[in-house]
Design a protein around this ligand. Structure first.
Ligand SMILES: [Zn+2]
Length: 193
């Protein structure tokens, strides 16, 4: 079993090496490391400042929430129930499916239960991932000036790699930042500035 900090570092290095490649590229770059949970890749990507900014550019107006994006929920809805359903069917009906045990209500309850369990685990893991990411960086208190990197696409307008911002609020590892142009709509994690 690999510690969450190690997983974070392994993925972090692979991600930098592939110059912010997407999930499949990242998985491929990490193929030789055992013990990395599949969800860790998407969690990592959701925490990556540059990749998040790229996404924001595409989906205009959507607030950045680094953990548990809708993309991840989509994965959850597609992947997990199918596996769980199969497992549940096997456990419920076992080797004697001819028996009158087809209690679909119970089956659905169980699937629902396993699914919310999986969601809870995923959320817990995302939180640990976030704290692993934050632990490497010092927290910043409200009122501090910070440099906010500007994504390549916006640089022509701004002409600088960074803009100066001020931490307006800090809560649970998320920061609200203000700039000369006003308050930024999205919340930032400590690794994003
Ligand atoms: Zn990235």
């Amino acid at each position: 079993m690999v510690a969450i900090e190690e997983i974070y570092d392994l993925i972090d290095r692979a991600h930098t090496r592939t110059q912010h490649g997407g999930r499949d590229i990242l998985k491929y770059a990490c193929r030789n490391f055992g013990g990395i949970p599949q969800e860790a890749y998407q969690m990592y990507l959701n925490l990556c400042e540059q990749c998040e900014l790229k996404k924001v550019k595409v989906k205009k107006g959507i607030v950045v929430k680094p953990i548990l994006s809708s993309e991840m929920n989509r994965d959850l809805n597609f992947n997990i129930p199918a596996e769980i359903a199969q497992e549940v069917v096997e456990t419920t009906f076992g080797s004697s499916p001819e028996q009158e045990l087809y209690d679909f209500g119970a089956l659905l309850d169980r699937i629902q239960h396993e699914r919310s369990e999986a969601e809870r685990n995923l959320k817990r893991q995302a939180e640990r991932m976030l704290s692993a990411s934050n632990k490497r960086l010092q927290p910043v208190s409200p009122g501090s000036s910070v440099r906010i990197p500007v994504p390549n696409v916006d640089r022509a307008k701004v002409d600088h790699r960074n803009v100066i911002g001020v931490v307006m609020e800090a809560e649970d590892g998320f920061y609200r930042l203000g700039t000369k142009q006003g308050m930024l709509p999205q919340l930032f994690t400590r690794n994003q500035f």
